[in-house]
Design a protein around this ligand. Structure first.
Ligand SMILES: Cc1cc2nc3c(=O)[nH]c(=O)nc-3n(C[C@H](O)[C@H](O)[C@H](O)COP(=O)(O)OP(=O)(O)OC[C@H]3O[C@@H](n4cnc5c(N)ncnc54)[C@H](O)[C@@H]3O)c2cc1C
Length: 419
């Protein structure tokens, strides 16, 4: 068995980025996915690569809005009570991570991962011939009232503390920047340190093509099991059809499917919840357009200009990953977006849905699995996996090679949750 072989499970942004980085370091890499690369969560996101994403959902300001969120009527957050009851220990740990000390650790860790990822994305976009998809003109947080803006103080202070370049805009400055937005927002925050792309799915496809052009292999199969071969150190992957593949190392990058796979195949309990979200594409009235993604904080949606049209993405729906879709937040988001921008028609018959895979401290797990040499983990990227896939790959590859890492690996260590 060639000691240099790596099998990567999952060809979303995280798996594909890991494949490229490990290949660059001389490994013989095979990517396994039951669909084509970048067709699941990494397809449907808002395409934002933002320094501001260092703010996790569970920050200290969550406590003051929690009573309102628990009423289960907000557009920004809904939950299935049965899912919450079943995942109570996840919820308790998630809330416990909103305290100031964990917030400090998480923002510091995510800031480093995001900065590393931004430069990696820029390099990869050029190498993959996809640089034309990149915008470097920031994104906008929109506020429907002065009170709404005042309520964003913790975020703004955090951005300042980490040196994220922002500019506060009044209604006139906002209208100069995005003239097709309706005059609904007295204030906006322009997060200038932000890139975005016009099709995250196509970007992952381009990265996967780059991997193949450099000699990498992609196998479109569903993997049903993972174990150790009787002879020696090799790990064995079992295809649903029964075929077996061997590799000296395996990287688990199954996004929201990791929890189920780790339990069934390895008996490992991963504390992951699913923050489901929806998107729909729209045409615009006349020649109305947006130059960059906008986040309407009061309306609880992001509207991003995409190749397919204007992509409206919704907030969080905490529910079982495969439970039936519930479009209530999309309907509320659409109503709010129509107040803010001249949207015309829906461009698809049904909304897309995906699940943000979230661990209790809002940091991904990146590193070797405790007690299972050769099994490497890269999952749990919550709202920012499209952004942080390439930085995750750098971190994982440095750890695998026993080299100094670009960023502190400890906040991402698997031992936080796995024994
Ligand atoms: C509405 C919404 C908006 C978002 N907006 C942003 C954003 O603007 N910026 C940002 O950075 N992030 C955003 N995110 C989050 C981001 O999309 C995710 O964090 C990221 O895509 C996770 O990537 P992944 O590679 O871990 O998972 P995935 O992309 O889901 O990849 C996992 C892969 O595993 C495969 N797989 C699963 N089981 C098996 C099996 N048994 N055998 C073989 N293959 C299998 C799947 O087919 C899939 O391709 C958003 C998410 C949502 C839902």
């Amino acid at each position: 068995m060639n000691k240099n072989t790596v099998a990567i499970l999952g060809a979303g942004i995280v798996g594909v980025s890991c494949a490229l980085e490990l290949q660059r370091r001389g490994h013989e890499v095979t990517l396994f996915d039951r669909t084509a690369p970048g067709r699941e969560t990494s397809y449907g996101n808002a395409g934002v690569i933002a320094r501001s994403s260092l703010m996790p959902f569970n920050h200290p300001g969550l406590w003051s809005v929690l009573p309102k969120l628990l009423k289960n009527t907000a557009a920004s957050f809904r939950y299935d009570p049965a899912f919450l009851a079943k995942n109570l220990s996840w919820a308790v740990r998630f809330l416990a991570s909103a305290r100031a000390s964990v917030f400090q650790e998480t923002t510091t860790a995510l800031d480093a991962l995001i900065r590393l990822s931004t430069s990696e994305h820029r390099r990869l976009l050029v190498e993959a011939g996809a640089a034309h998809r990149l915008r470097t003109n920031g994104w906008l947080f929109l506020y429907r009232s002065e009170e709404g803006f005042a309520g964003s103080r913790l975020s703004r202070e955090t951005f300042d503390r980490f040196g994220v370049a922002t500019r506060v805009l009044d209604a006139k400055e906002l209208s100069d920047l995005e003239p097709h937005l309706k005059p609904l927002f007295p204030r906006a925050l322009w997060i200038q340190d932000t890139d975005s792309v016009d099709s995250p799915g196509r970007v992952v496809e381009a990265y996967a093509r780059l991997f193949v052009s450099r000699g990498g292999q992609i196998k479109q199969v569903s993997i049903s099991g993972l174990g150790r071969s009787g002879a020696g150190d090799a790990l064995q992957l079992r295809e649903e059809g029964g075929a077996v593949h061997e590799a000296s190392k395996v990287v688990l990058a199954l996004g929201p499917w990791t929890r189920e796979f780790a339990k069934k195949s390895l008996g490992i309990s991963v504390p992951m919840a699913f923050e489901r979200g929806y998107h729909m594409h729209y045409s615009a009235v006349g020649n109305a357009s947006l130059g960059r993604p906008v986040y309407d904080t009061g309306g609880a949606y992001v509207l991003s200009p995409m190749e397919q049209g204007l992509r409206l993405s919704t907030g969080v729906q905490l529910a079982q990953r495969d439970a039936p879709k519930n479009f209530v937040q999309l309907e509320l988001a659409e109503r709010a977006a129509r107040e803010a921008f001249p949207l015309e028609s829906r461009l698809e018959p049904e909304a897309w849905m995906g699940s943000r895979p979230t661990l209790p401290d809002s940091r991904p797990i990146v590193g070797e699995c405790p007690q299972r040499p050769g099994l490497w983990l890269a999952f749990g990227h919550q709202h920012i996996g499209f952004n942080t896939g390439p930085g995750t790959a750098r971190l994982l590859a440095s750890l695998m090679h026993g080299e100094p890492c670009d960023i502190d690996p400890l906040p991402f260590a698997p031992g936080r949750f796995l024994r």
